[in-house]
Design a protein around this ligand. Structure first.
Ligand code: AMP
Length: 216
């Protein structure tokens, strides 16, 4: 099974992706994580991507599509992939259709996490991330055992520079302008399942699990 998970930053894509990948055996591929890894190792792609990411803007399509094409062609995606954060534009969605056809791995389902602005703002400003193992926490809803330290690998947690209300507003505008057409593209194919993401983690997971079990 090959799945896309879509939704504005803070809608819980990362948390749900971990659960989906663990329970359904899909390879989790997050373009945001790939860009952050490239920035950390200061590759040419990373340096270019940083200019956009720091402003809350999308990285240009050609760079992003080439990176995803290369990644999906690797062996660990052969039992199914879960794409998180891609596609975010109509040209990316169209390119993905071609890539999926080429590698014989068509998309079976598009999960669309839906959440109101105020809930998103609260989630995003309290979010803390582990820069090493990528675990995600929230200072109020799912705090780490020791304040500011990752439970899994004891690394100091960070508050991502793009996790601010200002950047959230930019990303929502970006989402409406660029990602909405991609979502509509999949909607016309009958692949989109809207998920109410403004519930507890267990509630969201219950809904996603039912949807994916019916697709499998
Ligand atoms: P994320 O962790 O998914 O919120 O991604 C962080 C940032 O990486 C985004 O705000 C974009 O600047 C960039 N990014 C991630 N995925 C894409 C994509 N599919 N297209 C363009 N830019 C992306």
């Amino acid at each position: 099974m090959n799945v896309l998970i879509m939704g504005v930053a803070g809608s819980g894509k990362g948390t749900m992706s971990e659960k989906i990948s663990e329970n359904f055996g899909l390879k989790h591929i997050s373009t945001g994580d790939m860009f952050r890894a490239a920035i950390k190792s200061q590759t040419e792609l990373g340096l270019e991507a940083k200019k956009y990411i720091d402003k809350g803007l999308l990285v240009p399509d050609d760079l992003t599509i080439a990176m995803v094409k290369d990644r999906l062609s690797q062996d660990d995606c052969k039992n199914g992939y879960l794409l998180d954060g891609f596609p975010r534009t109509l040209p990316q969605a169209e390119a993905l259709q071609e890539i999926a056809k080429e590698i014989g791995k068509p998309i079976n389902c598009v999960l669309n996490l839906v959440m109101p602005f105020d809930t998103l703002a609260e989630r995003i400003t309290g979010r803390r991330t582990c820069p090493k193992c990528r675990a995600i926490y929230h200072i109020k809803f799912s705090p780490s055992k020791v304040d500011g330290i990752c439970d899994e690998c004891q690394t100091p947690l960070i508050h991502r520079a793009d996790d601010s209300v200002e950047q959230l507003k930019v990303r929502i505008q970006e989402h409406e302008k660029n990602t909405r057409p991609a979502l509509e593209y999949y909607g016309r194919m009958g692949l989109v399942k809207d998920i109410n993401a403004a519930q507890s983690i267990d509630g969201v997971w219950h809904d996603i699990k039912s949807v994916l079990e019916s697709v499998e």
